[in-house]
Structure formats: C-alpha cells, structure tokens
Design a protein around this ligand. Sequence first.
Ligand SMILES: [Zn+2]
Ligand SMILES: [Zn+2]
Length: 205
Amino acid sequence: MNKKNHEIPEWAFEFHGHRCPAMPLGYLAGMYAMQLLGVEKEKDTNTFVFSETGDEHHQGCFDDGVQIATGCTYGKGNYKRLQYGKIAIVLYKPGKGAVRVKPKPEILDSCSTFEFFKYRKSGIPASQVPREVADEVIGYVLSKDFEELFTYEFVKNFEFSPEKKTMLRIKCDDCGEPTYENYIKIFNGKKLCPRCYEIERGRRK
Ligand SMILES: [Zn+2]
Ligand SMILES: [Zn+2]
C-alpha cells in the first residue's frame, strides 16, 4: 500500500454517492489551486471556479471534488462548467488572480490501468465496484504530491464579472407561481414565467 499524502473527508464520499478516483482528484485539484492562489475555502460567492469538463463524458465526478474543496458550488452559482471536455479548472478570485490547474495526462492514464476501470468499462456502476478495488485507485491518487498530480499556470488578466442577481419575485399572470423578475417574459401584455410563455407562444402558432 502506498503512503498517503492526503485525506479526503468521509462526508465528501457520502455527498458524492460512491467511491471513485475522479472525485478525490478534483478535491486535490481544488486544494492545490487554493494553495497556489493563497485563498481559503469560499463561504459565499466571492471566488469562482470555471471547470473545463463537460456534461457528456465520464469523470465529471471531478467537479464534485472541486466543489467540496473550494466551496465554489453549482448551487451558489460560482461554479461553471465550460463544456470543453477536458479535466482542468481555473480558480479565480478578484484581487487575487486566477490559476489553472490540470491533472498530468500520465496521471489520468495510469489511473485508467487500475482494475476499477475494468469494472466500469464492463458497465458496472461505481457504487457496485468492490470497496477494495475502488480504494486501490483512490489510494494511488492520495499517495501522490500535488506536484506529481498536477501542473498549473497563473492566468494573466483574467476577468469575469458575475451577473447581477435579483431578490425580487413576481407572480406569473398565467400559473401564479413566483418567478424571479429577470426571468419574466412579456407576452400580449402579460407577465409570464418561461414555461407559460412557451405555452402561450405555442398556442399562437
Ligand atoms: Zn464518482
Ligand atoms: Zn407561469
């Protein structure tokens, strides 16, 4: 068994739902990016992660690990998937700068040689892979130093201005459901939620 350089909190696996190597890899990428930028885990929404993963490939589990580590989350709106189909993140905090962290290709390749992926390729979901098989590849990831796992670069002149968020809800004139004002659409003088707007527009045709 390899020495362990890092610990992943057990609640991270509970939140994620199963034991796989991509979530811990994301967790460590997030920790490393925070260390490089000199920032703490984000409690609110003043730090941002731009993840280069996409919706249509495996290893999106990486994003859960990054969110757990950085506190930049999909729900708070400071976590964006760029749909590039790559495993890399940019961590950005205004005033602190931006850093891009990516796993080394050889790390991704050597993870793929573990038995865990034989199970996955034969269609077995990660939660059904025997614990010791999953923990073998997770142990491999955790045995490596940040420098062995990742490369990084500081991104110069990185700029991003978040959307202004609203607290004001308006009742849709059709369904009566409260809808945030910036999502309301006007149709025939009515204020509509996007769903009722689509229905009304369909009737018109
Ligand atoms: Zn996973
Ligand atoms: Zn409506």
